[in-house]
Ligand binder design. Structure first.
Ligand SMILES: Nc1ncnc2c1ncn2[C@@H]1O[C@H](COP(=O)(O)OP(=O)(O)OP(=O)(O)O)[C@@H](O)[C@H]1O
Ligand SMILES: [Mg+2]
Length: 250
């Protein structure tokens, strides 16, 4: 099983949008895929299960080791794509971790059962660098970082890289890609031209700023599940292809 964490310390850069679309594309390849929502905002959960409700305020029970992962996992409307939903209780993730002797081992133990049946797990991370996020990133195969080509978003990447450089345990591989790109803007053009100067390796694929991606929240479904054409659809397909190549090379 391959695990991919969608992460950036900066909020609103496209972690959830990307996680939902890539998880859908993975499941379309006849591969069992799990999207694990770790963000108390629960946006991935909302995208993939509009009628979600009965498990409310239960997500934290996984970290409290009161429930096995399978008891919370739910089906989505899409074959082979399941969801481990989030809710507001996850705001207590770090308190739950403080009560654990080995948080690192806890994360491995939580994720391990999924590897028995799933080929891919996508983690939708919250925009923070709390201890729980740190452990999650360190046990993922690839940390995929959406970066808006603007100084503040790039600065957030620098901060994360500097943070992990000061630690013994680091993510195995961090890869970025530019998201919400508007090449009419000089600042975006410059950032793309200087991609090799960023603190992490950037994938070739970039996702354009596209109102179709924004409208995904109206449809409450992965864009790639209903769009027939368009630059966002093409970009997510290309991103998935490039990510698969990176996963194969691990
Ligand atoms: N390529 C894109 N073009 C246009 N809008 C986009 C694109 N990608 C994401 N968005 C929009 O940007 C906003 C933030 O996206 P998203 O929720 O995926 O970010 P996030 O990083 O998960 O945010 P948070 O840090 O709050 O979890 C949403 O309104 C989304 O529809
Ligand atoms: Mg999000």
């Amino acid at each position: 099983m391959h695990s991919i964490a969608l992460y950036n310390l900066k909020g609103g850069v496209g972690k959830t949008t990307t996680a939902v679309n890539l998880a859908y594309l993975a499941s379309q390849q006849k591969k069992s895929t799990v999207l694990w929502d770790w963000d108390p905002q629960a946006a991935s959960t909302w995208y993939l299960s509009g009628a979600y409700g009965p498990h409310k305020n239960k997500s934290i029970q996984l970290l409290q080791q009161k429930k096995p992962v399978g008891s919370l996992e739910i089906k989505t409307p899409y074959p082979r794509l399941s969801l481990i939903p989030a809710d507001l209780s996850l705001r207590k993730a770090d308190i739950a971790l403080e009560l654990t002797k080995s948080p690192r081992r806890l994360f491995h133990r939580l994720i391990e059962p999924i590897s028995e049946y799933a080929s891919f797990v996508f983690h939708d991370c919250p925009p923070s660098l709390s201890p729980s996020v740190e452990y999650l990133l360190c046990c993922s195969d690839i940390v995929l970082v959406p970066v808006i080509p603007s100084p503040l978003s790039i600065r957030a990447v620098d901060e994360v890289v500097a943070f992990f450089n000061s630690k013994n345990k680091k993510p195995k591989k961090m890869l970025g890609f530019f998201n919400q790109v508007d090449l009419r803007r000089g600042i975006h053009k410059d950032a793309l031209a200087n991609a090799d100067k960023l603190a992490i390796n950037m994938l070739e694929t970039w996702v354009p700023y596209n109102s179709a991606a924004e409208k995904m929240s109206k449809k409450q479904a992965p864009l790639v599940s209903y769009a027939k054409s368009g630059s966002a659809l093409a970009a997510y397909n290309k991103l998935w292809k490039e990510l698969k190549t990176e996963l194969k090379a691990l």
